[in-house]
Design a protein around this ligand. Structure first.
Ligand code: A2P
Length: 335
């Protein structure tokens, strides 16, 4: 049999299911698939290539003979089981934040720093969803004009918080439209018809007043682009959108770039689509990005408050480029 033995840890989750779909859609050469989740999922199956694959309980013994292990089952699970998987000879591509800032672990967006993959010692980290879609746009601008500072505000979909979060938005919206109460369970506040400037939903805040998600954007951007002199500040916000993260990004560069120059650079950038036609009211929208592999950028304009800065709006499918697709692209590079 040709192809690789691939394990997906968290195969019943929102991202795990997208990983299976993406492997299938991109014809990744899989000789055998192992679908792993918690004991709660024992007896369940998940679809892959027209078959129903029985879910196995994730354990340290799950990785015998596995070539590639895609993890998306939470940070604690990755911390606990990724070393066992790597020890058994698999290359782990981990979607959690557990290993991202470990200096021994490459943090990879294939369009930005594919060369980092070669340095892996068994674990490769998949970056934060909001960071991935931002850096694919920042990298060509940095190469052309050296970015000094980035100010980003995000508008993040609930699917980034898993299946329970999607259900909460849908059920809470239905309840409130029928004038029924629906107290928050997953989110710290009402998410339907609201915006919550706190990600993640628990233990979010660091001593400096930023959330973990905001500090991920700050630290991961520098590591992926490989330039720790870039200043980054972020405000990350959960909005009542099912899928597709949007970002308002202000980019200050050393060398001035006009909006036309930025559009020209970005239209040649891999994985990026410029969608910027103001008379037609065309700009990136979360609802249009869902199911797509690309990252969309528009509303590109010169910042009127600064001699050398641009404003832009960046949108991508957080479950695809922000998670499953980026992980599968890393696996493709490993081949
Ligand atoms: P399970 O479905 O058995 O709970 P989501 O974020 O979409 O809710 O999905 C989380 C994924 O991570 C699910 O596949 C879930 O499995 C899996 N998961 C969570 N905790 C564990 C664990 N301790 N061991 C194995 N899988 C886990």
């Amino acid at each position: 049999m040709s192809g690789k033995v691939v394990a997906v840890a968290g195969a019943t989750g929102v991202v795990g299911r997208q990983m299976l779909l993406t492997l299938e859609a991109r014809n990744f050469p899989v000789s055998r698939i192992k679908c792993l989740a918690s004991a709660r999922s024992l007896g369940r199956t998940v679809p892959f290539k027209g078959e129903e694959i029985p879910v196995e309980v994730l354990s340290e013994d799950s990785f015998e003979g596995v070539d590639i292990a895609l993890f998306s089952a939470g940070g604690g699970t990755s911390k606990k089981f990724a070393p066992a998987a790597a020890g058994a000879g698999a290359v782990v591509i981990d979607n959690s934040s557990a290993w991202r800032m470990d200096p021994e672990v490459p943090l990879v967006v294939p369009e930005v720093n594919p060369e980092a993959i070669k340095t892996h010692k068994g674990i490769i980290a998949n970056p934060n969803c909001s960071t991935i879609q931002m850096v694919v746009v920042l990298k060509p601008l940095h190469d052309a004009a050296r970015i000094r500072r980035v100010v980003v505000s995000t508008y993040q979909a609930v699917s980034g918080a898993g299946s329970a979060a999607i259900n909460e938005l849908l059920e809470q919206s239905r309840a409130l439209l029928s004038e029924q109460p629906y107290p928050p369970k997953v989110f710290p506040h009402q998410i339907a018809f609201n915006c919550i400037p706190q990600i993640p939903q628990s233990n979010a805040f660091e001593d400096n007043g930023y959330t973990n998600e905001e500090m991920k954007m700050v630290n991961e951007t520098k590591k992926i682009i490989g330039d720790y002199s870039i200043a980054v500040t972020a405000t990350t916000v959960r909005v009542p959108v099912l899928s597709g993260h949007s970002e308002s990004v202000n980019v200050e560069t050393e060398k001035k770039l006009t909006a036309d120059e930025a559009r020209a650079l970005l239209s040649k950038a891999p994985g990026v689509v410029v969608e910027d036609d103001l008379p037609a009211q065309r700009y990136p929208l979360a609802v249009n990005a869902v199911g797509k592999y690309d990252t969309y950028v528009g509303r590109i304009r010169e910042d009127i408050s600064h001699p050398s800065a641009l404003d832009m709006w960046i949108v991508s499918d957080n479950l695809l480029k922000g998670a499953a697709l980026n992980a599968v692209q890393i696996a493709e590079q490993l081949l």
